[in-house]
Ligand binder design. Sequence first.
Ligand SMILES: [Zn+2]
Length: 480
Amino acid sequence: MRKMRSAGCWGASFILWLTSTAATANPDSLSGARNAWRAGDYVSAAKIISRLLPPVGQTTEALYIQGTSACRIPSLEDNGWVLLDEVRKRPLTQEQRAVVSLELRDCGQKAKPKTLNSGWLIPASITIESKTFYWLDKRAAPMSQTIEVNEVDDSALAARRRPLDAADAVDVAQQQLENCIVLQQDGFIVCSKSGQSADDLHYAVTALKNHIAWLRAAFGFERPAQTIYVYLVPDIFSLQSLAAKSHGIELAYGTIGYAFERDLSVSAVVSGRKIGTLLHEITHLIVHNAYPNAPQWLEEGLASLYETSKMCGGITLGVPNWRAQILEQSWSKRVTLDAALRANWFQFSPSGYMAEGTRDAASYFSLIRQSLMRLQDQGDLGSLVRAMQSEDGRRLQVAQLLDGSSKITRLGAADRSVAAFRNGAGHLPAFEAEVRKSTGAVDSGMVPAWALARAASAKLTVCTDRQSQSVVSKALDQTD
Ligand SMILES: [Zn+2]
């Protein structure tokens, strides 16, 4: 379905939508678990959470309640430990991470668990000027930053989640960004106030759709079976007001894009067809939704890999960008791959307003992008990501069962990352040296053998430089 609609007509369908999603009381709810937990009934709290389906049953708060509860049930301490270790690995504020670390250390004790304050962090793309990366030429470049999200009304966000191609999703979008031009196509709503033509919007949706299909084919990440909203704005001021109004976020200056999972949206400053930031953010949305306990090196690495890419033969291929230069120039003081794989979420991210001393962050982000690109070119990226996800998923599932029947070892999340990466990359220091040498096979117009074979067997356009540019041009590189 493809519909162009401009602003203005959202009367009748909006009322229908309000009445059709009236909440029904559910005894097995997160708030039910929260109440039992507060009352010290840890068995009930843990059991309620284990009956909640994803995504509710796997939210950070749900896992924290379940983990701290299991830590207080003698036969289930190991499960509790694993759950809390999963929580510690997620995007948390410093204060939250300190609380989780204490609970992890004290797992098995009977004292009342500490409350995990609300307020969450999400990764966002920002523009960095050369005054920060003084060793680069003067140009703007996107990198990752964290923004803190205050508690937003859950029911309002949940109500925005609409079935694929639901007609009233157009109204939802236009409530967030008034007077936008809307295209509804393939389960997306693109809502633009950034001057795109109908063809430009069609181009953007097609690229996002193809990329999501690739994420599924390569890594098994399923897209949520609901409408994904894409908001395009002309400048950072418009992005700030959208974020404040729709998502309760105060964006730091320089933020050019973010993904917000709870209403399945990506919002970005985009001009014309320069959709690199959108590809970055939609990757965050899809990966995080399908693999909520993904470590940052994996999620951010994939998001940044595809921010500059070619699409051909049903494949999205990350190609070299400005981050390679940062890695080269920060090499002697870089964050090592071993440290990058062990890092907690946001350990190296600048947060709040533009932070000084972001060299480690820049080095970390370029190293993980270049490393994933190297694995991509070798043909080993898909198996690494799938192995990580299935092991993490299995541990989460077993830990959530809470019947103590399956044994889980207390192998920490950080060690699992290193072990899994070594399977694909071998000896880490040797791999790092290769990463430094490689500029990416695709840079020279070459295409990895696996990509050629895959495209040929699917009888799709084989990836060559010239042909791929006619599919999705170099405009994908927004840093041009
Ligand atoms: Zn990111």
